[in-house]
Design a protein around this ligand. Structure first.
Ligand SMILES: [Zn+2]
Length: 234
């Protein structure tokens, strides 16, 4: 597809905002995804499903803050059943494994690209219930079941898909994380290990040396280990 700004290392790493545009006071998405997402939203609305974005573009600095808070024990780290993990007794690589189940490595989050978003539907949330971004909310008995069902049927026609459709041995299933294939596949192809290594080496990420030492494993398990959405023609 035509890109208004060519993909750069800074876009891959989340250290620039040149490729994104604000769509409300707190959410920004890739400027070249705007019309596709608007079309998706309109089609859903015609079927009485309102799609809201909980999280769009996220910067490297923001992701680093999330990572460092978890790695140092300032923020809780949850396991696959929602229980807090006690990180203090774990080795650095096991701390990383625990965090990476739900949180991306800074510099390698798909949210840096702006073409990956976490979606929900405010209208479907019962009153006094706040969004948790947990799988049960999106399952057949959860409040967002109609949203999940609609997207399963229609997202592909608008070139959207779920990269974390199921647990693949790395990142947990994330039924809220939607990706715009024409852009995200271009970012996946532009990924270069040496750019990520250089970024980690020059930022104060907790566990930085451990990350470098285990980067091949981390990439294989948590970064490239995703559903491609059967867009094989791209
Ligand atoms: Zn996400």
């Amino acid at each position: 597809m035509f890109l208004t700004t060519p993909i750069t290392a800074a876009q891959l790493l989340g250290t620039t905002e040149q490729h994104i545009r604000l769509i409300d006071e707190r959410v920004a998405i890739h400027q070249d995804m705007h019309s596709a997402f608007t079309s998706l939203q309109k089609a859903a609305l015609a079927d009485d499903i309102k799609i809201d974005i909980a999280s769009g573009f996220r910067s490297f600095e923001r992701q680093k803050m999330i990572w460092n808070n978890k790695f140092s024990g300032r923020s809780p780290v949850k396991n696959e059943v929602g229980k807090s993990v006690n990180l203090s007794s774990l080795s650095d690589i096991d701390k990383a494994n625990a965090i990476l189940l739900f949180s991306a490595l800074p510099g390698a989050s798909r949210h840096h690209w702006g073409c990956d978003i976490d979606i929900y539907s405010q209208k479907l949330l019962p009153e006094q219930q706040t969004l948790q971004l947990e799988p049960w909310e999106y399952e057949s008995t959860g409040p967002f079941a109609p949203l999940t069902a609609w997207l399963k049927e229609h997202a592909r026609a608008f070139d959207f898909y779920f990269p974390y459709d199921k647990y693949r041995g790395g990142i947990a299933a994330e039924p809220w994380h939607l990706s715009f294939a024409p852009l995200s596949h271009a970012y996946e192809q532009a990924f270069q290990l040496d750019i990520l290594i250089d970024c980690i080496n020059h930022s104060n990420i907790e566990g930085g040396q451990m990350i470098i030492n285990n980067l091949d494993f981390i990439v294989k398990t948590y970064i490239s280990n995703v559903n491609e959405g059967e867009f094989t023609c791209l």
